[in-house]
Design a binder for this molecule. Structure first.
Ligand code: SF4
Length: 264
């Protein structure tokens, strides 16, 4: 008898954030968690990662961050490394396995959506799956530049702000791609209403980013290690300037944030 392989996708019910989607919209999320950046030691799965995002990655938020005393890893992190090794060993076979899991979920008949890059940033994998499954909704966060070129009718991208890509964030907004910003707002407290004049929606209510209106900042509260360290990756609300203009750059003159997202 052949042993059944463990699924690569994790179901939304087992993840605090995607569980909210199940509750709010009765839609399950199939989410893929790999070992981020070069955590598996085989090469990066996040080519646009920054030093701060690697340090504060959600990989160690929630159950992924719970270690037995004296340990530096746990079963969740090791499973992510195993999946990452499978990806690097044979990327095409890996995509086929993911695709077969999406087929199985489709046959089950319950509504679901797919997030390929839970803790990675692999546009080719996501785009291939989105094109093989045009009737399935996909969404992702990304740090790769020019995200608007990779959006599809069934694939919504949110561009993630880091400590060093502020100008690219406003460029993404101007092209109709929402931007995720991590604030130092505490759990249970309200996020700022705007970020440099752009309306902020609460991204912690649900992870279903394709439901957000266009032309907004998706505000996230710092989680995991990001809650306790000072980093340019996390925006300090108290430091936000009172005026509504983003930090001045030459590109300002070419972009009109009043129209951000509305043309898309
Ligand atoms: S790009 Fe995203 S998944 Fe990769 S290390 Fe940075 S925060 Fe983590």
């Amino acid at each position: 008898m052949t042993a059944r392989r463990t699924a690569l996708f994790t179901r939304g019910v087992s993840n605090a954030k995607t569980r909210k989607g199940l509750k709010l919209a009765d839609v399950d999320t199939l989410i893929l968690h790999l070992a981020p950046a070069n955590a598996a030691g085989l090469g990066t799965v996040c080519a646009s990662a920054t030093p701060e995002c690697i340090k504060l990655c959600l990989n160690t938020a929630g159950r992924g961050g719970i270690m037995a005393k004296g340990q530096t890893t746990n079963a969740i992190l090791e499973a992510r490394k195993r999946r990452t090794r499978a990806y690097f060993a044979d990327p095409a076979a890996f995509v086929d396995r993911l695709s077969a899991e999406i087929d199985r979920a489709t046959r089950r008949g319950r509504p679901f959506v797919v997030r390929v890059n839970g803790t990675s940033d692999l546009p080719k994998v996501a785009l291939e799956l989105a094109s093989r499954h045009p009737d399935v909704t996909f969404y992702d966060y990304t740090k790769h530049a020019r995200p608007w070129e990779r959006q599809r009718a069934n694939y919504t991208l949110v561009f993630s702000r880091t400590e060093s890509n502020e100008a690219a964030c406003f460029e993404a907004l101007a092209h109709g791609v929402n931007v995720a910003v991590v604030f130092d707002t505490k759990r249970g407290e309200a996020l700022p209403a705007t970020y440099y004049g752009v309306p902020v929606v609460d991204g912690d209510i649900t992870d279903l980013r394709y439901l957000d209106p266009r032309g907004v900042v998706v505000g996230l509260r710092a989680k995991g290690r990001a809650r306790t360290v000072r980093s340019g990756f996390v925006v300090r609300v108290a430091d936000l300037p009172p005026n509504v203009c983003p930090p001045a750059r030459a590109s300002c003159r070419r972009m009109n944030l009043m129209d951000a997202g509305r043309a898309a």
